[in-house]
Design a protein around this ligand. Structure first.
Ligand code: PHE
Length: 476
């Protein structure tokens, strides 16, 4: 089969932009800085980078390869590939768990993207001009405390996602991605330059990001002077989870995009390009944000509000900050939008393939379901902020989590890594040699193919397993 019923990317470049559009999103600009902040900075970032290189890139290559060979939505692609390998079709569980993870992620992703939408008019109206930390905090808390306002923006974002998905692999999105992604990149660099020259705390920010203090990673909230500190493997698990989340891997989004990839394109160089661009954006976001955090005596471990409090302060003091700030949040919304597309596409493609639904019906139906699920995240910041659904699981990370925290933790730290592990096992051990080699376009002896095979066979599965065991406290 050379084409899918849904179409095919028009060029390698468009595939890279779309996949980078999927990877670059709230994960890089919103989640990366605050998760790094909560886990002590440098050592966490180092672990993150190791996970991207040793686990992320090999899994991404495997996903693209499986998608392109299966040529359908992840559920059906895995079914076909399992049969091709003469194995039980149960392997399509990879596709199923991806669909569940995708719905869960999109449900809270849309709420956060809604925050970004809400900040566009705030910025444009100059709400933050000259604002200090206290005022920026107040604006943010005012926003998340109001379920009705959050609901409006969450609904708007879901409608934007549904509209695009309903239209299919359309030129509009391809063109939008190719303009928006480079612009976002340029704006981020401008912000880093601002943080470098005017915050007065640039070096403090850099030091926080690159000084590898493992004590802060393994003993959260504990100063070096304290003696009775409790070991925790959660920080490393979060680093791995963030790598999966940020690269969009482990749930079939990249597999889906791989299904639309023409045969003659190199998987290795595409995956490396996407991962490097994604990592660069995350690091740039950190460099833009942490100096401002320290210059304004904010707490780097402030949690999900970090970006929505720090950047407005910077914009509020910057010449042209109103325009820059408005543009920034607009682009953040677009970055989130191009990621959301890949969260919804796998389930919609499956409904079109297997249930003969029209794209429009499938997109609207799934969109409404996810919108409803999103209400739980909307309320997690206000009327349900004290409700911890799994509080009976005391002394686990779940006990203290709202619905929003739970969905986030469950998907990033558990479902995506397990999905990635299964993808690695399938690609490395289950699939037949000849099929894998043909799809990767490798002629022996091929150094990059052999390196990939070594990583995906041994390093990736062992790495994921060790990080899980460490997180449940086996090595403490
Ligand atoms: N990678 C996206 C981000 O960083 C989120 C995402 C996760 C998208 C999983 C698709 C699949 O924002």
């Amino acid at each position: 089969m050379t084409n899918t019923p849904h179409g095919q990317w028009s060029s390698r470049w468009i595939f890279i932009l779309a996949a980078t559009g999927s990877a670059v999103g709230l994960g890089n600009i919103w989640k990366f800085p605050y998760t790094a902040g909560e886990n002590g900075g440098g050592a966490f970032i180092l672990m993150y980078l190791i996970c991207v290189a040793a686990i992320g890139i090999p899994v991404m290559m495997a996903e693209i390869m499986l998608g392109r060979r299966g040529r359908q939505s992840p559920i059906n692609a895995m079914h076909t590939l399992a049969l091709e390998a003469q194995r039980h079709p149960i392997w399509k569980i990879i596709g199923w768990s991806g669909v569940v993870a995708g719905c869960l992620i999109l449900s809270f992703y849309s709420v956060i993207a809604g925050w970004a939408i809400a900040y566009i008019p705030k910025m444009a109206l100059g709400t933050f001009s000259g604002a200090g930390a206290e005022q920026a905090n107040a604006v943010f808390n005012g926003l998340i405390g109001d379920p009705w306002i959050l609901l409006v923006w969450h609904s708007l974002f879901m409608m934007m996602v549904i509209t695009v998905i309903a239209k299919g692999l359309e030129k509009g999105l391809e063109r939008a991605v190719s303009i928006l992604m480079p612009t976002l990149f340029i704006l981020l660099i401008a912000l880093v330059l601002y943080a470098a020259f005017s915050s007065g705390a640039f070096m403090q920010g850099v030091q926080f990001m690159f000084a590898t203090d493992f004590h802060a990673l393994f003993y959260p909230g504990c100063t070096p002077e304290q003696t009775a500190c409790e070991f925790s493997g959660q920080g490393v698990l979060s680093a791995m989870g963030l790598a999966f989340f940020s690269l969009s891997i482990g749930m079939g989004a990249i597999m889906m995009y791989g299904a639309y990839l023409p045969k003659n394109i190199s998987i290795t160089s595409s995956a490396i390009t996407i991962a490097v661009a994604d990592t660069l954006v995350a690091l740039l976001a950190g460099l833009a944000i942490f100096p401002i955090v320290f210059a304004n005596h904010l707490d780097p471990a402030a949690g999900p509000g970090l970006v929505f409090i720090t950047l407005p302060i910077a914009f509020g003091h910057m010449g042209g900050g109103t325009v820059f700030g408005t543009l920034f949040f607009l682009l953040l919304v677009f970055a989130a939008w191009t990621s959301a597309f890949s969260l919804l596409e796998p389930v919609v493609a499956w409904l079109v393939e297997s249930w003969r639904m029209t794209r429009t019906k499938a997109a609207i139906g799934c969109g409404i379901f996810i919108w409803l699920l999103g209400l739980l995240s909307v309320f997690s910041f206000n009327i349900l902020s004290d409700f911890k659904p799994l509080s009976f699981l005391s002394s686990t990370p779940f006990a203290d989590q709202t619905f929003f925290d739970l969905f986030d933790y469950l998907t990033s730290n558990i479902m995506l890594p397990i999905g990635g592990l299964l993808i690695a096992i399938f690609a490395a051990w289950v699939m037949q040699h000849a099929a894998r080699r043909e799809e990767m376009g490798a002629e022996p002896p091929d150094m990059s193919y052999n390196t990939w095979l070594f990583l995906i066979r041994y390093i990736t599965p062992i790495g994921v397993a060790l990080i899980f065991l460490n997180a449940i406290g086996l090595f403490s």
